[in-house]
Ligand binder design. Structure first.
Ligand SMILES: Nc1ncnc2c1ncn2[C@@H]1O[C@H](COP(=O)(O)OP(=O)(O)OP(=O)(O)O)[C@@H](O)[C@H]1O
Ligand SMILES: [Mg+2]
Length: 229
């Protein structure tokens, strides 16, 4: 699914050079659920954005689904992102002017699906997250947990093989967070590979595997029971 070797990322601005990631070696198999932990500023989001082809890396090799990412054009990357990868962010990122149906449908409009197929996928995804009956509502009419469910439906509607979540429960209270985590477990159980950044070690333990990033350095494959809060 994902294979990184010696991947590094350096941000250069006028005044400072930040080495956000150093020589990452990592393999993630299809269907795995991997959580990413580490202190603030350690490089977790940078790693997730590179994994999701939202950002370029400075050094090393990255293969996604056996494709060398360095060799892809921007158009090929956008397409791969749209068809294979779903994103969930801490801040939901729904469009306030669009109702739930239209929010979930939005990324499907860049695909070659018919209107009927789009509708089937939207309703199916909203049903999975328990919000089909709210499809005409607007994001601001929902609780935070419900908004995150819509964002998950939007990510799922395109049937991605890879779901990337950056602190998906960071803005939610613990009840809502538990609901989102059990939804993510169900999604993973049905075959979708998940890479999730979290600050919450209890949540991190729900994954098959935990990786830790500190100062841009990855510690691979710590068995989850060995990580101490
Ligand atoms: N666009 C950018 N330009 C310059 N430096 C950046 C940029 N994005 C991130 N950085 C730096 O790279 C390092 C890693 O940042 P990153 O956002 O990946 O951390 P993080 O682990 O996700 O932190 P948090 O837990 O607070 O979200 C930080 O030192 C950050 O300041
Ligand atoms: Mg971050």
């Amino acid at each position: 699914m994902l294979k990184m070797s010696n991947v590094a990322k350096i941000y250069v601005t006028d005044t400072v050079k930040t080495q956000a990631l150093r020589s990452f070696d990592l393999e993630i198999e299809a269907g795995e659920f991997v959580s990413v932990v580490g202190p603030s500023g350690s490089g977790k989001t940078t790693f997730l954005n590179i994994a999701g082809l939202l950002e370029d890396y400075s050094e090393g090799n990255y293969y996604l689904n056996n494709q060398d990412v360095t060799k892809l054009t921007d158009t090929q990357k956008s397409r791969l992102r749209n068809e294979q990868i779903g994103f969930i962010f801490q801040s939901f990122n729904l469009i306030p002017e669009l109702n739930l149906f239209d929010n979930v449908e939005m990324p499907l409009r860049y695909r070659s699906f018919s209107a009927k197929e789009r509708q089937r996928r939207v309703i199916d995804a909203l049903t999975k997250v328990g919000l089909a009956n709210r499809k005409s509502h607007y994001p601001q009419q929902l609780s935070g947990g419900q908004q995150q469910r819509v964002a998950i439906a939007r990510a799922l509607a395109g049937s991605p093989s890879f779901l990337l979540a950056d602190e998906p429960t960071g803005n939610l209270d613990s009840n809502m967070a538990d609901g989102i985590m059990s939804l993510l477990k169900d999604i993973n159980a049905s075959g979708t590979c998940i890479l999730m950044v979290t600050h919450d070690l209890e949540q991190a333990h729900l994954a098959d595997r935990i990786i830790e990033i500190k100062d841009g350095v990855l510690t691979e494959g710590i068995p989850s029971q060995n990580v101490v809060a």
